[in-house]
Design a protein around this ligand. Sequence first.
Ligand code: HEM
Length: 242
Amino acid sequence: MPKALSAWPARIDLLQSLSGLLLVLFIWAHMFFESSILLGEDAMYQVSRMFEGEPLFGKPYPLLVSAVGITVFVLVAVHAILALRKFPSSSRQYRQLHRHMGAIRHPDTALWYAQVITGFCLFFLVPTHLYTVITQPENIGPYASSDRVWSERFWIVYALLLLTVHVHAAIGVYRLAMKWYAPSGVNATRNRARLKLAMWCILGFFIVLGTASLLTYMRIGYQHADRAGERYVPAALHTEDS
Ligand code: HEM
């Protein structure tokens, strides 16, 4: 009797796709909240207090932010462990891959390889950011974040993280669509080209949004450098106090 095929490889593949999709949705939402700094310091202040539960509980609980940070970290770890099995594992495999890529010049294989490289960089960049988020959740706000970005030189981590995470996420979504929706039929070529165009547009959008926000945090941090460590107090509270 033929041996039954195991369903596990398919389940693991599905889990990898699902964890990747959740992470992409998280990072896209994160970019909108974090870029509230473009609307002004008060807007970013309100968003930070909202994530600390202040509108719900009447006072801020930064531990809520740590809890989200830990959840995201676990999701990243699961996704990374599942992805590791797809990495080439020896110099011989890398040599074969390079030879193969040079010979066939297949754009989607190049995209897959870009995902392997950015995924590897994210192993180092994501924990650096999540460590500060988890251990210092109270230090998120217009001045606290800008001081970190400028005075603590975190702009270097963020510039690298911005580029790698969005290249990884945009290619990831494109590859998810190709895998689970797989354009076929008469319009397959046109639909594939559209998916790829959407991938480049999404990537361009988040790089522009993230760069604009990062430059704004850098500017505020630069202007606030000699008062680094001081917390932002919204204009409305200033007036109430005086
Ligand atoms: C609960 C988890 C997270 C929270 C609360 C959070 C919060 C923040 C905040 C407040 C900033 C502004 C700078 C600062 O305060 O240091 C920031 C920047 C950034 N974060 Fe996160 N983050 C989280 C997870 C992640 C993850 C998992 C990634 C990527 C995989 C990520 C990617 C980025 C990038 C690329 C920037 C710079 C954005 C820019 O250039 O404008 N974050 N994050």
